[in-house]
Design a protein. Sequence first.
Length: 115
Amino acid sequence: QVQLVESGGGLVQPGGSLRLSCATSGTTISRYAMAWYRQAPGKERDMVASITSGGSTNYAGSVKGRFTISRDNAKNTVYLQMNSLKPEDTAVYYCNAHWVVVDYWGQGTQVTVSS
C-alpha cells in the first residue's frame, strides 16, 4: 500500500520560512514525478511546484523565487522549502506522486501565515 505523509506545516509570521516534507512508503519514488499542491478554503487545489524523475522543476508564478522543491530518492522523500511566506500562501499543502496514469496523494498539512 502506497502512502504519502506530509509534515512540517504550522503557523508562521509573514516573511518567515517553513520546510515541508513528504515521506513515501510502499513504493520507490525514483520513477515518479512529484509535486506539491495547495488548497485554500473555498478555492480549487492548485499546483505549487513539481519535479520530474530527472530533477527538472516547475513552479507556479506566485511562488517562483520563494519556494524550492527537491527530492531525495534514497530517502523516498520530497521537500518544499518555502521562504518569504505571505498570508496568501495560507492553505492545506498536499504531496502528489504521478507516474503514467497513477496518482497518489497525501493527507495534507496546514500552513498558516499570519501575524
